[in-house]
Write a protein that binds this ligand. Structure first.
Ligand code: TYD
Length: 138
């Protein structure tokens, strides 16, 4: 459930010329990264990504700017603001998530455990609730 979706602090290597944050398979995440995609040029204030995944793990990072992530397990909801490039929100499978309140110029990195597969998506909220009810049955 949403209590297993945590904000992860990522390493930050700091010097006079700026910072480096690194995410490396095996070190910071409970999954190996198969895909990175990023949202950018999102009009300020607009909303993205109302969907859930059946099997995908993801880490969501505000690489620039800020936005809010709403996570929902069908019972509880939580809103998490991401606003630093060295923090990421881990989203486990079976969570409905929306990304809202993009600041202008925001870049949303999503590191994902699988390649793109439309079959892994649940894009309808009622279908999501049905999926949660059936996966709680056993
Ligand atoms: P979508 O997941 O619907 O975006 P959002 O829910 O954030 O609004 O993706 C938009 C389009 O991009 C959709 O047609 C699928 C395509 N897409 C890919 O082809 N590969 C990917 O890795 C992703 C994330 C999306």
């Amino acid at each position: 459930d949403i209590h297993n979706c945590n904000v992860v602090e990522l390493p930050k290597i700091h010097n006079r010329a700026g910072n480096i944050t690194v995410i490396q398979n095996g070190d910071h995440l409970p999954f190996d990264v198969k895909r990175l995609y990023y949202l950018y040029d999102v009009p300020g204030g607009s909303d993205r990504g109302g969907h859930a995944h059946k099997n995908l793990y993801q880490l969501i990072v505000a690489a620039s700017g800020c936005f809010d992530v709403i996570i929902d397990d069908g019972k509880n909801k939580k809103i998490i603001q991401l606003n630093r490039p060295n923090y990421g929100l881990l989203v486990i499978p079976g969570i409905w998530r929306e990304i809202v309140n993009f600041s202008s110029g925001a870049i949303c990195f999503v590191l994902a455990s699988q390649k793109y597969s439309e079959e892994d998506y649940i894009r309808d909220y009622d279908e999501f609730l049905t999926f949660k009810a059936s996966s709680n049955d056993h």
